[in-house]
Design a protein around this ligand. Structure first.
Ligand SMILES: [Fe+2]
Ligand SMILES: [Fe+2]
Length: 368
């Protein structure tokens, strides 16, 4: 089935074109490289996996709550719309299905953006060590597109077009001729925000398929954010004040844009809800504010770490209420992301072994 048949609002024509600027860059130095980048490249190679075999695609999602998110986490909680919709099981199912379709669609479009940006980084970044790493990331992102496309097309069957703030940020990132901009836009900002959104979903969902998909993707994404940090930290130490300020302005503008992405106006308009009532719940309810702030847990410490920590950035983060995340331990979070994915693998192995034992017992019984 064409994905276009599942878009609940038209996604526009295929072949969306973004003109790119800047140089493809070769190097004739094949020796050496930065040890930490090469170690990350080795890890990228060692941790490749196959979405077809690692994930149990025989699992189905619940029709009335595909992402398995407990009711008390619903972002509309406390609004007049929620009171009306949650009283009617058919309306409530419709809401949950649209929220799931929107969320996984945005993850999917973002992953395609990441695949294109990481391929762009292979072309433009100086140094073979960074080109090597970006090449493994391009493969990781292809796998993420494959995984979310399968989840959306085979299981959820309801898609949304890319949200305009995400499209705008991707466009700006790709149109820029400076080699570091795809890193800053994609590796640090879009990936950092996606990683936090994945983390919230992984930790809230009660559904085993959604949890496994998210945890496996996160295991790779943690390396991608580390790649952005390592590369930019070196490069940004050499910037002039003017160059640094330009990047800081981009960060501030992009962070406000990314925050607005999660107001999800497209869903409320599509369902003919009272849009302002829904947006108000997300912007002002205690859980809405907490949720949107949590999206910045991974971005803020990374921006500080790469040295884009001027006054304007700090003021913007204080205004958004996320400045305190500057102290988050990113390496600790990354280690925890890996441990969670490995734990899910271990649970699956145990489950597969149990099923094999049952099969064997049935076969013995049938033979007897
Ligand atoms: Fe990804
Ligand atoms: Fe990524």
């Amino acid at each position: 089935m064409s994905t276009h048949d599942t878009y609940t609002i038209p996604a526009g024509p295929d072949d969306y074109l973004v003109p790119m600027a800047g140089d493809a860059r070769f190097t004739w130095e094949y020796d050496g490289g930065r040890a930490r980048l090469l170690a990350l490249y080795q890890k990228g190679k060692d941790k490749q996996w196959d979405a077809q075999s690692r994930i149990d695609w025989t699992l189905d999602l619940q029709h009335d709550n595909p992402l398995g998110i407990p009711e008390h986490f619903n972002e509309l909680m406390g609004s007049r719309t929620w009171d009306r919709v949650s009283a009617d099981p058919a309306l409530k199912t419709e809401l949950y299905r649209h929220q799931a379709g929107w969320q996984i669609s945005q993850f999917l479009h973002g992953e395609q953006g990441a695949m294109i940006c990481s391929a762009r980084i292979v072309e433009s970044v100086p140094g073979l060590d960074a080109k090597f790493y970006a090449a493994t990331q391009t493969m990781d992102e292809a796998r993420h597109v494959e995984t979310y496309a399968k989840l959306l097309q085979d299981k959820i069957k309801l898609a949304y077009p890319i949200s305009s703030p995400l499209q705008q940020l991707l466009d700006e990132t790709l149109r820029d001729s400076r080699w570091d901009m795809p890193y800053l836009g994609m590796q640090v900002l879009i990936e950092g925000l996606a990683l936090a959104a994945f983390g919230l979903l992984r930790d809230m969902t009660t559904d085993p398929l959604v949890r496994a998909v998210t945890a496996y993707v996160m295991q790779d994404e943690a390396r991608h954010v580390a790649f952005g940090r390592l590369s930019l930290k070196d490069a940004y130490a050499q910037l002039s004040t003017k160059e640094r300020e330009e990047r800081e302005e981009f960060v501030v503008e992009a962070c406000y844009l990314m925050r607005d992405r999660f107001l999800k106006r497209e869903i409320w308009e599509r369902l003919d809800y009272d849009v302002e009532d829904c947006v108000d719940a997300i912007e002002h309810s205690a859980s809405g504010v907490m949720f949107r702030n949590l999206l910045f847990t991974r971005i803020v410490p990374c921006i500080k770490d790469i040295g884009l920590w001027g006054e304007k950035v700090q003021e913007a983060y204080a205004d958004m209420g996320v400045l305190d995340y500057a102290g988050t331990n990113l390496d600790g979070l990354m280690a925890a992301d890996e441990a969670t994915a490995e734990q899910i693998d271990a649970e699956k192995r145990l489950n597969d072994a149990r099923l094999a034992e049952v099969d064997q017992a049935i076969a013995v019984g049938a033979a007897g």
